[in-house]
Design a protein around this ligand. Structure first.
Ligand code: ADP
Ligand code: ZN
Length: 713
């Protein structure tokens, strides 16, 4: 067997034209019968490394996998590509298991996925001895090591594989393994002079952004509205907050569900299914969610709270963009989260190590240099250039001389005899009349009110930077009061200057979505992509598989740009292998043709074969129709979207300053009512409270429209 047949199989079964950098080398090594250890990030393309050797060699590959849900997913994915795959685990009935065993004995299976328990059971070993096995693959191999972060006792037994099958090559695969774990994997599995492959852990398609933890909900809503229809996960620290945030998003018309360990197994399974099948695009969840999911088109991940360490953070954001398409990640960083995480650490073992890891996480969140460099550095990889895809690279923080601000804060801490925490200090600096402040005479100190020109948010960011610079410390053991450090003296008395990064305030952030004029080409591609997605959804329901197993987002995007209407062109699309072509090729070609015809009939379609351009957002599509004179109902029908969705688009466009006759949809009286309610409630964002306050007199979509009017620039 040689690389040529490997390449052929890649095209025939998976529809891909070439291997990714390390895949080829790995496959070559495996084909020589050498043991291998493969370290690649999630989405790096590990599976193909053992699947191709399994397919092109005589015999069968046994894959040990710890998660039942993943096994099912992998097997479905392989079958969709016409590869004979099956799995055996405890979730199956005896009859199901014996049927599969029969297939195995008849050599009808090329890839067999099994649980670790199954792998080491005597019965199963006997079956395996009577068939030809070309490779044993241990997926998630770090689970074998007690040093790893995900040790599984069942994996311990895998030590006996080498004894049972001394002559079959073994490959161990994982997305996380430090040096210690790596060595442990090799020792425990008794690998025989294995070749080690360590791919870069960089995931360049994931953008990295960190924002201060204020106005989180509004930031999230804007973030989601800029990405309509996209699938994403909001990770939260507590079960309660997953429910609360999901509810708030729903009130804003955003289809979100929640997921946490406190739900029944049935409810959890249901939520997970809905997510996988693109029925519910957004899940607010605790971090366990996503572990057993291979969904390749998760387009974004938000961390509502600071994760406990960089390993967890990287693993969680890694669940986005497995298909390699551009995906976004957003982390909120607040001091309250740090305190919360510290509390968790105080309650458990290994405190020193865990604290050090938390501090590295904080350093990342506070970074003033390319975030990807920090991340990769943490994993022992060094890149020579800034990434250009993190917030620091795309929007470098402006710096200013903050010496006077810092002096104000330090002097206040000194005058307060190092007895107050961050929030109280901010109130004192801002000259608050809070009872506690007056009673304790804090309004008498010289720096009382010296910082009244800055908002609480700005002071919080200022103090966080002062903390990071080592100019103050937090006495975690004394009610989190702030203490001076030797370095503080330099600033207070020895003329040391302090440079600070400009604070961000929610209002001052650049408009979320810069105004863009969209070309017809862009409109065309986006609408075609949406139609192809819809077709994919229908086919997925029919075949009872998740939509991304029909075709990945990446494949549909390529179709929307390249517009393949001939067989040859369709076969060229990445991800269209032989079986998928036979199964779906014609239907998709038909759809694309019909779409193109519809467009050119309207003489609005672009030149079909002109160069692809950037895509546009859903708001622009709505706006384009609106400008053509369609009303909300007609647009809703054209776009196959809800009436209220279109109304919310029009409200958004109006708030952004576009020329929309909004009063057609909400009256001046209603706006006045909402304005009064906003004043009484004190916020324009508590939709439910506003609705209650208005006693149902104005419905949700009109409240939203009225707020757009009030918010118009
Ligand atoms: P991992 O197991 O490392 O998380 P996967 O094996 O699931 O990664 O691969 C991630 C995605 O990349 C899958 O959608 C897979 O089909 C795709 N992929 C893998 N290898 C290639 C390749 N050579 N060309 C194009 N896409 C690939
Ligand atoms: Zn960067």
């Amino acid at each position: 067997m040689n690389l040529e047949s490997a390449r052929q199989a890649l095209k025939q079964y998976f529809g891909y034209d070439s291997f990714r950098p390390m895949q080829e080398e790995i496959i070559e090594t495996i084909l020589k019968g050498v043991d291998t250890v493969i370290l690649m990030p999630t989405g790096g393309g590990k599976s193909i490394c053992y699947q191709i050797p399994a397919i092109i060699q005589p015999g069968m590959c046994v894959v040990v996998s710890p998660l039942i849900s993943l096994m099912k997913d992998q097997v479905e994915g392989l079958r969709a590509n016409g590869i004979a795959a099956s799995y055996l685990n405890s979730s199956q009935t005896f009859a199901e298991q014996s049927a599969i065993t029969q297939e195995v004995l008849l050599a009808e299976v090329k890839l067999l996925y099994v649980s670790p328990e199954k792998m080491v059971s005597e019965d199963f070993a006997n079956i395996l001895r009577s068939v030809k096995i070309n490779l044993i693959a241990i997926d998630e191999a770090h689970c074998i090591s007690a040093w790893g972060h995900d040790f599984r006792p069942e994996y311990n037994q895998l030590r006996f594989i080498r004894q049972q099958f001394p002559h079959i090559p073994v490959t161990a695969l994982t997305a996380t393994a430090d040096k210690l774990t790596r060595k442990d994997i090799i020792d425990q599995l008794r690998l025989n002079e294995p070749s080690l492959f360590v791919a870069s852990f960089d995931r360049p398609n994931l953008s990295l952004t960190v924002k201060p933890g204020q106005n989180r909900l509004k930031t999230i809503i804007d973030f989601i509205r800029e990405r309509p229809g996209q699938s994403g996960i909001v990770y939260c620290l507590s079960k309660k907050s997953t429910e609360e945030i999901a509810e708030k998003l729903q009130i804003y018309g955003i289809p979100a569900a929640f997921y946490h360990a406190g739900m029944t197994a049935k409810a959890r399974a249901r939520t997970q299914e809905d997510f996988i099948n693109d029925v519910v695009p957004i899940i607010c969840a605790t971090v366990a969610f996503g572990m057993g999911i291979d969904k390749s088109n998760v387009r974004w991940v938000i961390h509502y709270n600071l994760p406990k360490n960089i390993e967890s953070y990287y693993q969680e954001i890694g669940r986005a963009g497995r298909d390699g398409l551009k995906s976004d990640t957003l982390l909120f960083y607040s001091f309250a989260d740090v305190i919360q995480q510290r509390k968790f650490i105080e309650d458990g073992g290994l405190q020193e190590l865990r604290l050090a890891k938390l501090e590295r996480m904080e350093e990342f969140a506070n970074a003033q240099i390319c975030r990807r460099r920090i991340l990769l550095n943490y994993f022992g990889e060094h890149i020579a250039q800034n990434c250009g895809n993190c917030d620091i690279c795309t929007d470098p923080p402006q710096r200013f001389d903050g010496t006077i601000l810092v002096q104000k804060a330090l002097s206040a801490i000194a005058r307060l005899k190092e007895s107050v925490g961050m929030n109280l200090l901010i109130d004192i600096l801002r000259g608050s009349q809070r009872k506690e402040i007056i009673e304790k005479g804090f309004d008498q100190i010289k720096t009382y009110g010296a910082g009244s020109d800055m908002s609480v948010l700005e002071w919080q960011q200022c103090l966080l930077q002062i903390l990071q610079l080592g100019l103050i410390e937090i006495a975690y053991d004394q009610g989190h009061v702030l203490k001076l450090t030797p370095a503080s003296q330099d600033v207070l008395f020895n003329g040391r200057k302090v440079s600070l990064a400009q604070f961000t305030s929610y209002q001052k952030q650049k408009p979320a979505r810069p105004e863009k004029v969209q070309s017809k080409q862009e409109l065309f591609e986006e609408s075609l992509f949406q139609e192809l997605r819809e077709l994919r959804r229908e086919l997925a329901i029919e075949a009872a598989v998740p939509p991304y197993l029909v075709f990945s987002d990446a494949t549909l995007r390529e179709m929307a740009t390249k517009i393949p209407v001939t067989e040859a062109a369709m076969r060229q699309i990445s991800g269209v292998g032989e079986v998928k072509f036979a199964r779906y090729g014609k239907v998709f070609m038909k759809k694309i043709l019909a779409f193109a015809k519809k467009q050119s009939d309207r003489t609005k379609g672009p030149d079909l074969f002109s160069a692809p351009a950037k895509r546009e957002s859903t708001y622009d599509i709505t706006y384009e129709y609106y400008r053509q004179g369609l009303n909300a109902e007609e647009i809703a029908e054209k776009r196959n979207l809800g009436h209220s969705t279109i109304l919310s688009h029009l409200g958004y466009l109006f708030a952004q300053g576009h020329d929309i006759d909004i009063y057609q949809y909400v009256s001046k009286e209603e706006i006045a009512l909402v304005k009064g309610a906003v004043k009484a409630v004190g916020s324009a964002h508590l939709m439910k409270t506003l609705h209650e306050h208005l006693d149902g007199a104005v419905d949700y979509s009109k409240i939203r429209l009225a707020i757009s009017v009030l918010e118009r620039k």
